[in-house]
Design a binder for this molecule. Structure first.
Ligand code: GH3
Ligand code: MG
Ligand code: MG
Ligand code: MG
Length: 294
């Protein structure tokens, strides 16, 4: 269980780390500033405790509860000592999908009780979402979930004026792998390829199975130049990687990648954006394969 604490108050940071040090496996503590959100993306916590103190914290709460890949994380808020302002704050948090809150001075048993409740829900959700959203062979997201997520990421881009890169990749001459080594080895290669994708792409990247051996990568907050770098590094990693058959024979594969970067200004739909990336993939195939094309 990973717990992420954001607080600007030293007193509360000390208190929470005393309370929780021996109770959760991984405890991350962060001040509240411009890098907090990136830190949360990186750590992918199961639960977030946000100590609400001032305007930046409300902004932070808004981001955490709305970001497509963070908003499922239960957030427990810490509010100041009960007074008139606390009442206002409680009314205010009703506008967000907050899991629960405590008010200062909070007790160890109180905060633990809320964390344990959140934990139960997190575990249930994890089981369900694995079953409902992931492709059982590769662990990549299924197409339906992928399309929904692209839609949400587009809305996020428009709201926060961030670019979004969508890439499509497809294994080169994969039929040959199946024909030469059998479908089971083909499956194993797919599995290992997506493992490689997850381990080499940035933390915020999302990999989905679009169909067959064609996959989609979402790179939120990534412009064309950075996307080219990230995708080229991934392509190269695949080219250099040794895959193996069940008998231990070495197999080499390459992939072709096409991508497009969406900026909040243009009004493209999910279908149009996918079509653009797909067209770029087609051009990557036409122009010789094993390359990244924008
Ligand atoms: P290229 O993409 O470079 O044009 O050539 P290709 O040989 O890879 O051609 P294509 O993408 O059209 O063919 C994909 C093949 O991938 C056909 C299909 O049998 C195989 N395939 C699709 N899904 C799976 C799967 O889940 N497991 C295995 N083993 N093979 C799959
Ligand atoms: Mg093809
Ligand atoms: Mg192919
Ligand atoms: Mg294909």
């Amino acid at each position: 269980m990973n717990l992420f604490i954001c607080s600007r108050k030293q007193r509360n940071i000390r208190k929470l780390s005393d309370f929780l040090r021996d109770e959760v496996e991984n405890l991350f503590i962060s001040p509240i500033n411009n890098e907090t959100i990136d830190r949360i993306y990186k750590k992918q916590p199961d639960i977030i405790i946000l100590d609400v103190c001032g305007r930046v914290c409300w902004k932070m709460l808004e981001k955490i509860t709305r970001a497509p890949s963070l908003r499922e994380i239960p957030v427990i808020l810490i509010l100041g000592r009960k007074n008139k302002k606390t009442i206002e704050n409680i009314k205010r948090i009703c506008n967000f999908e907050v899991f629960d809150y405590v008010t200062e001075p909070f007790l160890k048993c109180e905060i633990l009780m809320k964390i344990n409740k959140a934990k139960e829900i997190v575990e249930l959700k994890k089981d369900f979402s694995r079953l409902l959203t992931k492709d059982p062979l590769t662990g990549a997201y299924q197409r339906g979930f992928l399309m929904e997520r692209i839609n949400e990421e587009l809305q996020w881009c428009n709201l926060y004026k961030e670019p979004l890169t969508i890439a499509m990749f497809d294994i080169d001459f994969f039929k040959k792998i199946n024909d030469t080594f059998g479908h089971q080895t083909g499956d194993k290669v797919l599995m290992e390829l997506i493992y490689l994708a997850h381990s080499s792409l940035p933390d915020r990247a999302l990999v989905g199975r679009y169909g067959g051996e064609e996959f989609c990568i979402l790179l939120p907050g990534t412009d064309e130049n950075l996307a080219m770098e990230v995708l080229e590094a991934f392509r190269e990693k695949v080219e250099k990687n040794d895959f193996y058959t069940f008998k231990g024979e070495k197999i080499k594969i390459t992939i072709s990648i096409g991508f497009t970067t969406y900026f909040c200004e243009d009004e493209s739909s999910v279908d149009e954006i996918i079509q653009k990336a797909d067209l770029a993939l087609y051009r990557a195939k036409q122009s010789g394969r094993n390359r990244v094309i924008l």
